[in-house]
Design a protein around this ligand. Structure first.
Ligand code: CUA
Length: 322
């Protein structure tokens, strides 16, 4: 597949969501306000020092005005403003939000959508696709350790804690790919625990979700032109023979224990290994052979002991799971 679109470099200075815009506005008000007050105090200090030591003792008005009235006024105004501005983020949403559950695992993200057609949940990993202009309520939880989700362009951080569900509402305002990161130290591969958020126009999002809800495509091995299809069919058999399904599900092909990421449509994802490797040509083979070099300590072992033909077949199989 072609190289995935590069995510914009994560920055709180270029908000792409309603919630991030509110936080950004709040930060600028605080920053500019603090800068103005700092400069004002420095000017007063300079003025006082220039007047010389004999007149350095201020009169009572300065003490009461500058030391009491001014800070109380400024801090009260800020309290009212920030309360009002952030209360807006928690307000009852006008239309029912899209609900997506994100579970922090070691060291990847399980992402779970309700099937709009009423089927079983749509499960994927490390990629969160959201519609532009609609609020999404993320239900955040974890299986073993505390993680924290932070997508700077879309909103603030929120912890994922085992045994409880925290909520975070995000409303993307423009389409794009935004990199999120685990923001709570969670062990060896904390740094390689990225989540990519792809914001799509509503219609595109709906057709994407409908495709994700389908089971994996069946490779037609009988097609004459399809040497690739034959290779993929051999890979599918190897996937089962090598016991990959002990940890990974490919819906419709092999229903595995949900220990590792669901791979039903893994070929269409932007990255492998929670942002560890762009999903470009050859990526699956590199991952299979070198997981422990690319992401040391990951719970998946290397498969470097497999012969080249089996590796090629497995990679071809995974690649066509779009
Ligand atoms: Cu998960 Cu840090």
């Amino acid at each position: 597949m072609s190289a995935p679109p590069a995510p914009s470099s994560p920055s709180v200075l270029s908000p792409a969501g309603m919630e991030a815009a509110a936080l950004s506005e709040l930060s600028w008000v605080l920053f500019i306000g603090a800068a103005v007050i700092f400069v004002g105090v420095m000017v007063l200090l300079g003025w006082t020092l220039r007047r010389g030591p004999r007149r350095a003792v201020p009169n009572a008005w300065w003490v009461v005005g500058g030391g009491l009235v001014f800070p109380v006024t400024v801090l009260s105004a800020l309290l009212l403003y920030s309360t009002a501005r952030t209360a807006g983020l928690e307000r009852t949403l006008a239309q029912p939000p899209l609900v997506v559950t994100v579970t922090g695992r070691l060291w990847w993200w399980e992402v779970r959508y309700r099937d709009p057609a009423g089927g079983p949940d749509v499960v994927l990993a490390n990629e969160l696709r959201l519609p532009v202009g609609r609020a999404t309520q993320l239900g955040l939880t974890a299986d073993e350790l505390i993680h924290s989700l932070w997508v700077p362009e879309l909103g603030g951080k929120r912890d994922l804690v085992p045994g409880r569900v925290n909520h975070l509402v995000v409303t993307p305002r423009r389409a794009g790919v935004f990199r999120g990161q685990c923001a709570e130290y969670c062990g060896l591969q904390h740094a390689k625990m990225a989540l990519h958020v792809v914001a799509l126009p509503q219609a595109e999002f709906e057709s994407w979700l409908a495709r994700q809800a389908r089971p994996a495509s069946t490779t037609p091995p009988a097609q004459p032109a399809a040497a690739e299809a034959t290779l993929a069919a051999r890979g599918r058999a190897a996937f089962v023979a090598q016991g990959c399904a002990a940890c990974h599900s490919v819906r419709g092909h092999a229903e595995g224990a949900p220990r590792g990421p669901d791979l039903t449509h893994v070929g269409g994802r932007l990255y492998l290994g929670a942002g560890a490797l762009p999903n470009e040509a050859g990526a699956f083979k590199r991952w299979l052979v070198g997981v422990q070099d690319i992401k040391p300590g990951a719970r998946m072992p290397d498969y470097a002991h497999l012969d080249a033909a089996t590796l090629d077949a497995l990679a071809a199989y995974l690649e066509q799971l779009r």
